[in-house]
Design a protein around this ligand. Structure first.
Ligand code: FMN
Length: 312
């Protein structure tokens, strides 16, 4: 890519300067070190790490993923090595290995205070540019309701997280929320930098021969192409209501898919399932965005964000 092309793709996401807007979505590229080609990773906008919790999580029973025609379904159970191991091994690796791609640490918890405690443990460590709070997980202490669906828990998670860091905080919301724009306002009022829209959609695939769920956990999260219009609508609703920085995620396979999110109001996008299927696909999307900018004489992708024209 020439310098001119790179310049067209550069965007700012809530104060994080990105060489291009394409991230790898949380949980689909581990902590980067499992990817064969670091060079490819460093050519992207960034990587959102797999979930990080206070303690080690073993995760859900196998099988953990299954496919269906519209994408895939997973129940990984947020398996991860815990915050101490991430601090000791994974963040130092990211700090050493990446020079251009940015890093957001995806944080999960069982209780409101867990998110802030993970951040407190990581905040002075190098190798990251900010955090993404996965509030689509259950608040175990409060009976299992998802943090994101409980306005007071959501506000408290973000307020406490913000008290531990001055770094950018993105809050990742579920596509099942009744009032996505309302939840977005709550997190912004409590100190979040922006939103990641959306997480997986709850679903179940049945193995007909066995008359059992295809996943060991039973239910799981739907990702891939089926999620694209759902994520694009959530992005448009939140952009219209807040004008906040948004990472659009869900169902992106091509540059055109990514452009849908940008036009609906996202500053950046993240890819999960498509990158799991073919790890070279995110770099193709970067090239496709570049070609699109050249073809239509777009000097900066920032002109595209929120440029949707609603039917009269
Ligand atoms: C195998 C797998 C693991 C995931 N793990 C996480 C995770 O740890 N934290 C999180 O916030 N989202 C997680 N997600 C959700 C993705 O980051 C993303 O929101 C979702 O897959 C939709 O994007 P896609 O259609 O491009 O895959 C995971 C998704 C998959 C498929």
């Amino acid at each position: 890519m020439s310098d001119r092309d790179s310049a067209a793709l550069a965007v700012s996401l809530g104060g994080i300067a990105l060489q291009n807007p394409v991230w790898l979505a949380a949980g689909t590229a581990a902590y980067g070190d499992e990817l064969d080609e670091v060079a490819t990773l460093d050519a992207l906008g960034g990587i959102v790490t797999k979930a990080v919790s206070l303690d080690v999580r073993k995760g859900a029973p196998a099988p953990r993923v299954a496919e269906f025609p519209g994408g895939m379904i997973n129940a990984i159970g947020l398996a991860n090595p815990g915050v101490e191991e991430v601090r000791r091994t994974h963040l130092p690796w990211l700090a050493r290995s990446l020079s251009r791609a940015r890093v957001l640490v995806n944080v999960v918890g069982n209780a409101i205070e867990d998110f802030a405690r993970v951040i407190a443990r990581l905040d002075d460590a190098p190798g990251k540019d900010g955090y993404e709070l996965n509030v689509s997980c259950p608040n175990v202490k409060a009976g299992g309701m998802e943090f994101g669906a409980d306005p007071s828990a959501l506000a408290e998670v973000v307020r406490r997280a913000r008290a531990e860091t001055s770094a950018p905080i993105f809050v990742k919301l579920s596509p099942t929320l009744v009032d996505t724009a309302g939840a977005a306002r709550i997190v912004l009022e409590n100190g979040a930098t922006g939103l990641t829209l959306v997480n997986t959609f709850p679903g179940m695939v049945v193995d007909v021969a066995r008359r059992r769920p295809a996943l060991g956990f039973g239910t799981g999260g739907v990702s891939g192409p089926a999620l694209l219009p759902i994520g694009v609508l959530a992005t448009w609703k939140v952009w219209k209501a807040t004008r906040a920085p948004i990472i659009g995620v869900g169902g992106i396979t091509t540059a055109e898919d990514a452009l849908q999110y940008l036009i609906a109001g996202a500053q950046a996008v993240a890819m999960g399932t498509a990158g799991l299927r073919d790890p070279r696909q995110p770099a193709r999307v970067v090239r496709g965005l570049d070609e699109w900018c050249q073809r239509y004489g777009v000097r900066s992708l920032t002109e595209i964000t929120g440029s949707l024209e609603w039917p009269a």
